[in-house]
Design a protein around this ligand. Sequence first.
Ligand code: NAP
Length: 266
Amino acid sequence: MKERNKMGTAVVTGASSGLGEVFAEKLAKRGYDLKLVARRKDRLDSIAQKLESKYGIKATNLVADLGLDTDLEKVAEELRNDKSITLLINNAGTSTLASVTNTSVIKQKEMVNVNITAVMLLSNAILPSFLEKNEGTLINIASVLGFYSLPISAVYSGTKGFVVQYTKGLQEEVKGTNIRVQLVNPATTATELWEVGGVPLSALEQSTIMTAENCVDAILSGLDQGELLTHPSVNDQNLIDAYEDARIKLMQGSQSGQPAERYNKI
Ligand SMILES: NC(=O)c1ccc[n+]([C@@H]2O[C@H](COP(=O)([O-])OP(=O)(O)OC[C@H]3O[C@@H](n4cnc5c(N)ncnc54)[C@H](OP(=O)(O)O)[C@@H]3O)[C@@H](O)[C@H]2O)c1
C-alpha cells in the first residue's frame, strides 16, 4: 500500500496556466500530492505527467468548468470526500476588461460564477474537514482590483472585492484554530489572463509587470511567514498597515448611531 504523503494533497484550481501552473510546480517540489482543476485537459495532463516524473508525487486532474453548476458540484464533492487534502488554492479566475455596457451579460455572469461562486462553494466544501481535523490551509487569490476599480473593471473588481471581504470573514471565523486562510492581492502579472480579458500585456507599462514565478514565490514566502494578507508586489509594508488601519478606523467611526454633522444642514 502507498504510504500516506505527509504533506497531504494540495488542490489548485486554474492549474492549466499562469499562477496556478507555477503553484502546482512549487507545491510538487515541496512534496504535496496534487489535484489540478481547470477546463483544458491536454494542458493539465502534460503538467501532471511532468510533475509526477520530476518530483515523484501523485497528480490527479479534475477537468471541470467552474462556471457550470454541475462541474463545480463534482469538484466540491471531491473536496468533501478526500480527507488527504491539506491545502486548497482558489486560484482559477477569469476577466473581461471593458466597460459594463461593452461586456455581454454572459461574460459578466462568467466572472461572477468563476471568481465568486466557485471560490465560495469550494471553500464551503473544504472547511468542514479542515475544522474537523483542526488543520488545513486555504489560499484565496483576489487582486489589487479587489480594492480599486477602473472604468474597464467594474465587474472584475466587484468579484475580487467579494474575494477580499469573504476571505477576511473566513479569517475571523477560523480565529483560534490551526486553520490558515491567506488572502492574496497580486498586481499585474504576466499570464494569459490579460489576453483573456482583452488587454494585451504589450499595452501595459512593462515595469509594472511581475513574472508568474516571482509572484508565486512571494505568495509562498508570505505563507511561510504566517501572513494572512499578502501583497506580492508592495514593497512598503507601511502602506499595507496604513490601509488596514484606516479600514478598521472607518468601520469604528461608522458606529455612531447618528447622522454625521455634515448632513444636519437642511
Ligand atoms: N495576471 C494578473 O495580472 C493577475 C492579477 C491579480 C490577480 N490575478 C488572479 O490570479 C488568478 C490566476 O490567474 P492568472 O493570472 O494565472 O491567469 P491565467 O493564466 O489566465 O489562469 C487562469 C486559470 O483559471 C482557469 N479558469 C478560467 N476559467 C475557468 C473555468 N470556467 N473553469 C475552470 N477553470 C477556469 C484557467 O484554466 P482553463 O482555461 O484551462 O479552464 C487557468 O488555469 C486569477 O484568480 C486572477 O484573477 C491575476
